[in-house]
Design a protein around this ligand. Sequence first.
Ligand SMILES: [Zn+2]
Length: 335
Amino acid sequence: MHTAGDVRVEDRDDPEIIEPTDAVIRLTATCVCGSDLWPYRGIEPADHTLMGHEYVGVVEEVGSEVRTVKAGDFVVGSFVISDNTCEICRSGYQSGCVHRAFVAGTIGTQAEKARIPYADGTLVATPGQPDEDLIPSLLAASDVLGTGWYGAVAAEAGPGKTVAVVGDGAVGLMAVLAAKQLGAERIIAMSRHPERQKLARYYGATDIIEERGDAGVAKIKELTGGLGAHSVVEAVGTRESTMQAIGATRPGGHMGFVGVNYDVHIPGFELFLAGIHMEGGPAPVRRFLPELIQLIWDRKIDPGKVFDLELPLEQAAEAYKAMDERRAIKALLRP
Ligand SMILES: [Zn+2]
């Protein structure tokens, strides 16, 4: 991304193994993330930035110390590089690894090839070569599914719980899927977009709320006997959506916040009065990858439906444009 709104596909040198813990992969599929729209819209700076952080592909070469993946393996990687061995990783928070690096901006997986550091700690091999129709779902596991899943886990979605999801982008829809898998009794999706409402229902939403802000909070309270939801997933990252999520969570309830935050200022007194549990941030996707890959492999979940546009990598600029204009929920790119 040369600058805001200016995405170009250009030739770069092929990546090579540098550290003995590296792998070089050839990408089978990649995609555009909702968070890529922040620099695209000029909210975050972009200056010849290497874009892309979601990826699946085939390992071409590994460094001498890589043990768990080998050349020829089909792999899914997290959008955060992690060693998966430090104390933070072992506690399940790989996105806070002491060797953390964000794939976006430093590696950029909207590309044909990528060098992945800490391959053992970042990549997970699938049980075999996937059928073509599983590729979008495996790609979703790399970020949006893993992130929506973390949002639902952080919000303690589970049996007997009412879960509300703020945000109808890919992550919000994946949080609906996750809440359903985790056994939630009632799942409320907040969306005013007919196509996204349809997909939310497909993934398990039992109720749809179109109102936003205070009106959205009032509607959730109305549906929950005035109490608010047990579990709320915030999957947008704006001030309005954050306050809506806090307001929709019942006292003692749990809110998972996984929308990339920009310029969100929470009035301390409102937070204090809410009396809720909050957990969030960049999702430790690596924690969930083995389980999510297996669910996809066994065709128990179908997250790939969030991709409603597929283009060759050369047309990346059009993929950004379609998502920016909300003509597409999520665009898959084929290198
Ligand atoms: Zn670590």
